[in-house]
Write a protein of this length. Sequence first.
Length: 189
Amino acid sequence: MPRTHERSGFFEVEPGEELLPLFDHLEVFVDKQLQRWGSGQFARMVLLRDAGGETTAKTLQEAREDSAEDRHQIEMLIIHYMEGGSLGGRTLVISATSWSREAAGSFRLAVKVGGPEEAEVIGLAQMVGDEIRAYKDREKAKAEVEGQEPGPKEAPTSLWLNPWVVGIGTALGATLAAAVITWLWASIF
């Protein structure tokens, strides 16, 4: 009987941080990674708990459509890898205690991977963790860019607006103006 391996990772989630897009992103990402494990079947279960009760679905979209509330308190995204119809393979669980924008305080997003002690299982938790960090970094950078005040527009890259050309032109113009004024002054007096 093979030994089992389990690895968990936790990520702090800030108040108001929207996690639904992250779970959508992870559904696609994890499925692509699991396909590299070779032949087998995949089964996904999404568990949502809200004021209206509990909802189980195969995808996040189904869960959102079936649920009575727009904002759910708990979500668990469970992806099983089944070989030969038996559920003795790998399991990935991603859960959050809350993702409501109105939730007070920070909470943790948990990633838990279990299954036979193999390189894929050991590495999957780290892989998903890296993806979560990358996603959060991208979202943070995007929010910072969107929140910035519009900066000064860049000048067109024209020869006539080149600083050297402008500087030399200004100097020549000033010299010419001084010469004309001097000539006029000498002519009058």
